[in-house]
Design a protein around this ligand. Structure first.
Ligand SMILES: [Zn+2]
Length: 164
């Protein structure tokens, strides 16, 4: 038996994988960046820099974080396709589901949705998202989106009123 240490995969095996997966930057890069901003804010005693760092982090969580789609399918299993930013999903159909979930998160119905969409075009037949599954986010995503939302509000309030 050949031990697979998971370090070097032969190219053939990589290409043979279910889906092409281009390498993405580690989230660590971003966290180092935010840590640097945090240190700079502390060092310079600047709430403005801290606020900018907070805003950067919020935008990062919303739009840039390398994450998974995690739309819940009818079976209740989250989609494991990659997505960038917690507001985004892997495919347009999953994006519909996610949009609904995001609107629901702030207690509203999606005003842009016209018809119940969301067929899953990828393999394994049609996935219809039942009403109680639609509009559900994975708890971790929900928490981070709410946190980033609060951060955004804090940033805006801070910019408008200014902290001393
Ligand atoms: Zn998906």
């Amino acid at each position: 038996m050949v031990a697979n240490l998971g370090k070097e995969q032969p190219p053939a095996a990589r290409r043979g994988a279910r889906r092409r997966r281009p390498r993405r930057e580690s989230a660590l890069v971003w966290w180092v960046l935010f840590a640097a901003v945090g240190v700079a804010a502390w060092y310079l005693h600047s709430w403005r820099i801290a606020l900018l760092g907070l805003l950067g982090w919020c935008l990062y969580e919303f739009l840039l974080v390398p994450t998974l789609c995690r739309v819940l399918t009818r079976q209740g299993a989250p989609c494991v396709e990659r997505a960038r930013g917690r507001l985004f999903a892997c495919t347009p159909s999953h994006q519909h589901v996610k949009n609904d979930a995001l609107w629901k998160l702030i207690g509203m119905r999606n005003p842009f949705r016209r018809r119940p969409a969301a067929d899953d075009e990828r393999g394994s037949g049609v996935v219809v998202h039942s009403a109680n599954v639609r509009g559900r986010l994975v708890p971790a995503d929900r928490a981070m989106i709410l946190l980033a939302g609060i951060g955004t509000i804090v940033t805006v309030v801070g910019m408008v009123y200014g902290f001393d």
